[in-house]
Design a protein around this ligand. Structure first.
Ligand code: RIB
Length: 306
């Protein structure tokens, strides 16, 4: 089983010609509400990118008791994801993300965490049985850091493979004791630089610094420049698939889902990275978060996005 611990948001998405400047009003071309949230996106990606023989996916998170909460729960259920430990918080709004996507496919996101901000160690303890059954536990940073630390400690103590996507980048460096319990840290280049205190283009330096803090493997996603993988076995650089991107929302989440789905099925790390890259390339050619995540059968066997 793959257990994903994290955020569930309704994305309020506006397509705009360009990201507006402060004080500027622009006309957008379309508005959509799309299920999102880094945690939920990664859970959906794990579910869609697994093979028939793969273990199940379970989600641990919090929703509000509003209309968005009901829709977001239904979206996870429709993917076959176990939502028995997704709590509905009375009197609280669900998380939302307002997203602007420009003509080049770049996005700008502002989040109101809502119920996600109430995920606590109590919820983690209530899911102890699920975590104990997991082979891989996946987390991000759209949940309270104390809860993330608590969950990572538990998963590590139980001998699980711990995957942390440190997004959004934290304002301060993560504790070394936390990083030492992470098997795969998967930041983008900005997050890697911020975590390591390096210049934004010093990917090798950032990876080395994060390794030195105890992370076993550091996979830095570089968008159109591919993936820099500083693994226990050595460093590898994977070129990206050349695609015309229309929307990069959830590309990182899709990569992580593909990577984890393959890893949980016992694939070598290099193959898991390749599946994540194929899936992410497919996703940037489509709009939205969960609307852009491919099913495994949609990806060709040639290594190129269909
Ligand atoms: O990673 C993309 C996600 O970030 C969006 O779906 C949005 O909800 C924010 O959490």
């Amino acid at each position: 089983m793959i257990v994903v611990i994290g955020s569930i948001n309704m994305d309020l998405v506006l397509r705009v010609p360009r990201i507006p400047a402060a004080g500027e009003t622009l006309s957008g071309s379309a508005f959509h509400t799309i299920p999102g949230g880094k945690g939920a996106n990664q859970a959906v990606a794990c579910a869609r990118l697994g093979t028939g023989s793969l273990p199940a996916v379970a989600m641990i998170g919090c929703l509000g008791d509003d209309g968005f909460g009901a829709l977001l729960r239904a979206a996870l259920v429709a993917e076959g994801i176990d939502v028995s430990r997704v709590s509905t918080m009375p009197g609280i709004a669900s998380g939302v993300a307002t997203i602007m996507v420009d003509a080049a496919g770049q996005n700008s996101i502002v989040i109101a965490g809502g119920a996600n901000d109430l995920l606590s160690p109590v919820h983690i303890d209530a899911a102890h049985d699920l975590i104990a059954q997991a082979s891989v536990v996946v987390l991000q940073l759209e949940s309270p850091l104390a809860t993330v630390e608590y969950a990572i400690r538990l998963a590590h103590q139980l001998g699980k493979i711990v995957v942390l996507n440190p997004a959004p980048a934290p304002a301060t460096p993560l504790p070394a004791a936390l990083l030492a319990q992470v098997d795969y840290l998967i930041p983008n280049e900005i997050e890697a630089a911020m975590l390591a205190g390096c210049a934004p283009d010093d990917i090798a330096g950032a990876s080395a610094a994060l390794h030195a803090q105890g992370c076993r493997n550091v996979l830095v996603t570089l968008g159109a420049k591919g993936v820099h993988a500083a693994l226990v076995e050595g460093t590898l650089v994977f070129a990206a698939h050349p695609v015309v991107a229309v929307d990069s929302t959830a590309a990182g989440d899709t990569f992580i889902g593909g990577f984890v789905a393959a890893l949980a099925a016992g694939a070598p790390v290099v193959e898991a990275i390749a599946l994540g890259q194929r899936a992410a390339a497919w996703s940037v050619m489509r709009h939205g978060a969960q609307t852009s995540i491919p099913h495994r059968h949609a990806l060709t066997d040639t290594g190129k996005p269909s």
